[in-house]
Each structure stands twice: as structure tokens, then as C-alpha cells.
Design a protein around this ligand. Structure first.
Ligand code: SAH
Ligand code: TMP
Ligand code: ZN
Length: 406
């Protein structure tokens, strides 16, 4: 029996998304036979409400020296992280003499550039060597390491304690949650703050955006589960700020208990989670039914379009799309190909269901009748960019929050 990775309570999976491959494991036909699959079951902890995968593939299968994700490729995210950095500077560093900040999962330095350029002492902890090298090239101090208690002690020995610990879209990747929180405890000064933002459980439940669940995301956090996990280490939430990024995220701000005032958002959002039933099994059974309905609506629609002889193409081969394709059993019979702008994905096939991935030029050369919007979290940007497709009569298939043609 799998135990909760935060509080050790026994977990009972409430649903399975079936056999799933590595979400970012785009592959060539020669690799089809040896492809890795695991059963993707999920649970909500009955004691601490932490939403988690029952099994997660080993880290080496997902993250390697050739990590394909570069944060800085999105200009909207650059602006987002400039705002995040500004908040840290004004709310938590103002008045500090020679402040020091640490970010884990700092990638190519998209956030830390805002500290480096302001002459603020900083350190990025980024294990993926290739992206860390890009950050160093931009003058951002970066150590190629995994963050945990030991790394934190090394950082303190070399630099002294930190005023702020920061993270984005990485805490939900690391299964050893308590080792990370212990590291935060070692790293921070008495009045230091820890900030991190991750896809929010509340948005996933409200929008049936089950595609946020894939191998890399071992956790979907909420205020309830974060408060519970950090309390064991003497920390408490002092603020929580909803974000629009990645289809709905939450930025958590924590400090040592009693060290800083607790803002009104904390109580308000914790209460909202209670009302929404994050701790109740019924909530997850409702989510399971909603996922099943979404699947039958989507497959029904695609079969119907196929029967009518329509051409349907996927738009953006996101990591999230792997869950949708494999859970729904959508293969090349229903989807001609997936258009994606990432060169290393083009010419390969989608994990598990093996739908061909082609360049955007192929999409533009011969518009399909329908485009299935896997990059729904970038809808605004994509729909604006593809005005010509819509003008030519092309239709979009959305599946979040519900399956519909727009
Ligand atoms: N913060 C960036 C990047 C998120 S991707 C953004 O929001 O765009 C997650 C990053 O975390 C990857 O670059 C990965 O190499 C890194 N990572 C994974 N495990 C880690 C760990 N244990 N400690 C620090 N970084 C880690
Ligand atoms: P991710 O959501 O897993 O980070 O992946 C985003 C993918 O979407 C990435 O492969 C690039 C692709 N994409 C497009 O193909 N066209 C677009 O306009 C956008 C915004 C993303
Ligand atoms: Zn638990």
C-alpha cells in the first residue's frame, strides 16, 4: 500500500488514468517496442488532503542532461516572472542590507535575471546541466544540483543564510517533499520567507483540467496540504496569491510561525477549500465522473467528425496532451497529426498513442477542418496568432472546462 508522501497516511486511489507513458517522451518508430508505461493512479490523502500520484516513474526517465524545456521561450512568462521578482523585492527584501535569495528549478534564469540585473546576491539551484549553463552565460550564479537538506547546508556554508527561497513549477515535481522543506528551514534566516507557485488543485477540480496530471506532476497542491506539510517544520502560510499561469496556479508564501503577520487571503482561501470539499472523498468521485464525461464527449465528437470525413489535427504537443490522448485512446485514426513549434518534437510521434508530430508549417500549408486545442492554457495567444485559420473557416475544439466547438 502506498503511503502519503507528506503525512504517511495510507492512500486509496480514487481513479486510474490507465497505462500512461513518459509525458515528454516523444519517440521514433524504432523506439515504439521498448516504450515504458506505468499505471497512472491518483489519490487524495484522507489526512492532509495532498493530491498525488500513487506511482511515479524514476526521475532519470523524466529529467536528463538533455532537458528540453527552456522557460525563457515564452515572452508572457518573462513578464510574469518580472512581476514575481518585483513582489519579492518590495514586500520581503526592502530595508535588508545585502540581501541573498535562492531559487530552485531556476532553469535558464528567467526569474533570477531580475535579481542579477539589480545587483542582488542570488543563487540558482538547477540540476539540468544544459539549462543551468544557459543561465550562467547570462551572468546568473547557478549550481547544477538537486535541492535538499544537504544542498541547503552547503549553500549556507558558502553564502550565509538567505532572506528568500523561491520556486515555480518545481515543488510539484519533487517526491521527497520533506527533504525540500527541511532544506528551506536550514537555508532561511529567522525572518526569511519561502515562496513557490504551482498548478492549483482548485483549478483542476473546477475546470476538469485532468491533463495537469502526468508523470512529472507527483503533487497537485492546495493551501490545506501545503499548510499541513510545512507545519511539521515550524512554518505557516502568511499569504497565498492565485495566478493565471499554467491554466490556474497558486503562489504560496510561508514564514516561520509567528515571524511575520498572516495576510487575510490565507484564512479566506483555506475556508474556500473547506467549502469546496477538498478533504471529502465525494469531491474526487465527482471529479472522476467529470473526467469520464469529458472523455466520452471528446471521443464521441472525434468519431462523429471522422464519420463525416472531416480532417482533425491537434494543436501543440504539450506534456499535458499525453494524458488526454492515452486516457481517451485517441490515436492517428482520429487525429491526423499534432502541430508543434518545437523542432526536437517534429518528425517524432506522441508518447503512447503515436500520433505524428509535425511542424506548424504543415498546419498552415493545408488547414484542417478542426484543430483540437491541446495548448488551451495559451488559448489567447494561439487564437490571436491563428486568426487566418479561423477566418478561413477553421474550427477549434476545446475540452477545458468542457468539450465544445468554438
Ligand atoms: N522555474 C521554471 C522552470 C520549471 S521546470 C519555470 O517555472 O519556468 C522545472 C525545473 O526544475 C527544471 O529545470 C528541472 O531541471 C528543475 N528541477 C527538477 N528537480 C529539481 C530539484 N530537486 N531541485 C532543483 N531543481 C529541480
Ligand atoms: P508544455 O505545455 O508541455 O510546456 O508545452 C507547450 C508546447 O506547446 C510546446 O511543445 C510548444 C507548443 N506550442 C505550439 O506549438 N504553438 C504555440 O503557439 C504555443 C504557445 C505552444
Ligand atoms: Zn497526507
Amino acid at each position: 500500500m502506498q503511503k502519503c508522501r507528506s503525512c504517511d497516511a495510507e492512500l486509496e486511489p480514487f481513479m486510474s488514468f490507465g497505462k500512461q507513458p513518459i509525458a515528454n517522451g516523444f519517440l521514433a518508430p524504432a523506439e515504439f517496442a521498448g516504450e515504458y508505461f506505468f499505471e497512472m493512479r491518483v489519490a487524495s490523502c484522507p489526512r492532509c488532503s495532498l493530491f498525488q500520484l500513487i506511482d511515479q516513474p524514476e526521475a532519470e526517465r523524466m529529467f536528463h542532461g538533455n532537458y528540453a524545456f527552456f522557460s525563457g521561450t515564452s515572452s508572457a512568462m518573462k513578464t510574469h516572472f518580472a512581476g514575481y521578482a518585483e513582489l519579492v523585492k518590495t514586500a520581503y527584501l526592502a530595508g535588508e542590507k545585502d540581501p541573498f535569495v535562492v531559487e530552485i528549478g531556476s532553469n535558464d534564469g528567467i526569474m533570477l535575471i531580475n535579481f542579477a540585473e539589480a545587483g542582488i546576491r542570488h543563487l540558482g539551484i538547477e540540476p539540468s546541466a544544459n539549462v543551468a549553463e544557459v543561465a550562467r552565460g547570462r551572468g546568473i550564479n547557478t549550481a547544477s544540483k538537486f535541492f535538499n537538506r544537504e544542498t541547503a547546508a552547503e549553500v549556507v556554508a558558502a553564502n550565509g543564510k538567505a532572506d528568500a527561497f523561491m520556486a515555480a513549477n518545481v515543488m510539484c515535481h519533487i517526491p521527497s517533499l520533506h527533504s525540500v522543506i527541511e532544506g528551506i528551514g536550514v537555508l532561511l534566516k529567522d525572518k526569511g520567507v519561502a515562496l513557490f507557485e504551482e498548478p492549483y488543485l482548485g483549478d483542476v477540480l473546477a475546470k476538469t483540467s485532468y491533463d495537469q496530471i502526468y508523470d512529472e506532476h507527483v503533487f497537485l497542491f492546495s493551501l490545506t496540504s501545503v499548510q499541513h506539510a510545512f507545519a511539521r517544520h515550524g512554518f505557516e502560510l502568511i499569504d497565498a496569491l492565485p495566478q493565471g499561469t499554467h491554466g490556474g496556479s497558486m503562489r504560496y508564501v510561508l514564514a516561520r510561525k509567528g515571524a511575520r503577520p498572516v495576510g487575510p487571503n490565507v484564512t479566506r482561501l483555506l475556508q474556500a477549500e473547506q467549502v469546496a470539499g477538498f478533504a471529502k472523498p465525494g469531491t474526487y468521485l465527482g471529479f472522476k465522473s467529470a473526467c469520464e464525461r469529458s472523455r466520452s464527449d471528446l471521443v464521441g465528437l472525434l468519431r462523429d467528425l471522422k464519420a463525416k470525413g472531416k480532417r482533425v489535427v491537434g494543436y501543440a504537443a504539450t506534456s499535458k496532451s499525453t494524458t488526454v490522448l492515452n486516457y481517451c485512446g485517441i490515436g492517428p485514426d482520429l487525429l491526423e497529426f499534432i502541430s508543434d513549434t518545437t523542432p526536437i518534437k517534429q518528425g517524432k510521434f506522441s508518447p503512447g498513442m503515436h500520433v505524428p508530430v509535425r511542424s506548424h508549417a504543415e498546419f498552415a500549408a493545408k488547414y484542417p477542418d478542426y484543430a483540437l486545442l491541446f495548448g488551451w492554457n495559451h488559448a489567447k495567444e494561439i487564437l490571436a496568432k491563428e486568426e487566418a485559420y479561423s477566418k478561413a473557416g477553421g474550427k477549434w475544439i476545446h475540452f477545458v472546462p468542457k468539450v465544445e466547438i468554438r
